[in-house]
Ligand binder design. Structure first.
Ligand SMILES: N[C@@H](CCC(=O)N[C@@H](CS)C(=O)NCC(=O)O)C(=O)O
Length: 270
């Protein structure tokens, strides 16, 4: 008997949810601990060894250690092929991988930015209000694009739920959490109602919704307090930094650098 797979996770991470949904769909038992010091920029132990950027999710399967949700999903599909989550043809596989890339990079940057402003108090006052307004417009524009991707399909993956859906649902649910739901009567709204019935998706959405404002270590106020003390350095790499700058938050970046509560990525330890 092999040890259960470990997915280092934070319930609010849409990337972590992608991985957990895939494992649930395939019936692979796993544990999903919260890594020590997640978000501090100073993680250690097994988690740091598996995830040199200090990001969740990271997967440990015996001696195998993998970071990045897209790489982890590919591993899961190869390691536990049944039931397949990718569509059957090369073209359809490429289509859902492009969808995944757009959600991971462009869409997530917006909900992450909203979290920086709403949950972590960046850009207080009028600047934050303007940025939230722009975020709403950006989400609406991405919803239009998602409609075109769905076209006349019931599922982003094609005829049945799969990779294309698990790569969209956690991110759209993140936007819903900030009050940006797709119109119920739209094709995207219909898909969201369908996908929310899926047990794997519903389990992850419930875990995310349970992250509260109490005093446990995963709670947002605990993180905010640590951030204000400079103990928690939010990662501002790639598309997130781009989002901050293009949405008018250059001063948020400058302030974070001055207060040392944002971080970028160093070379991985040799
Ligand atoms: N491209 C990565 C992104 C993972 C990621 O950015 N995770 C965030 C949580 S949603 C994280 O762990 N951030 C750590 C930090 O801010 O210190 C993936 O697909 O796994």
């Amino acid at each position: 008997m092999t040890d259960a797979v470990t997915v280092y996770d934070h319930p609010l991470s849409p990337y972590g949810q992608k991985v957990k949904i895939a494992l649930l769909e395939k019936g692979v038992p796993f544990q999903a601990p919260l890594p020590d010091a997640i978000g501090s920029g100073a993680t250690s132990g097994d988690f740091a060894a598996a995830s040199p950027r200090g990001e969740v999710p990271a997967l440990i399967d015996g001696d195998v250690k993998i970071f990045d949700s897209s790489v982890i999903l590919e591993y899961i599909e190869d390691r536990w092929p049944q039931p397949p989550l990718l569509p059957a043809t090369p073209l359809e596989r490429a289509r859902v991988r492009m969808l995944e890339d757009a959600m991971d990079t462009h869409f997530e940057a917006i909900t992450w930015g909203l979290s920086e402003i709403v949950n972590f108090g960046r850009a207080p006052g009028p600047l934050g209000e303007t940025m939230q307004h722009r975020a709403g417009e950006q989400i609406a524009a991405w919803y239009l694009w998602l409609e075109t991707q769905l076209a006349d399909r019931a599922w982003f993956n094609g005829d049945a739920f799969g990779w294309g859906d698990l790569c969209v649902a956690p991110f759209v649910n993140g936007a819903v959490g900030f009050g940006h739901s797709p119109a119920e009567e739209s094709a995207l709204g219909g898909w969201l109602a369908r996908v929310s019935q899926r047990d794997s998706v519903a389990q992850c959405a419930r875990a995310a919704a349970a992250v509260g404002f109490d005093s446990d270590a995963v709670s947002l106020p605990a993180v905010r307090q640590a951030m204000e003390q400079g103990l928690f350095k939010r990662e501002y790499r790639d598309h997130r930094l781009e989002w901050m700058i293009k949405t008018g938050g250059m001063e948020v970046v400058q302030d974070g650098l001055a207060r040392q509560n944002i971080r970028f990525i160093d070379p991985f330890p040799g």
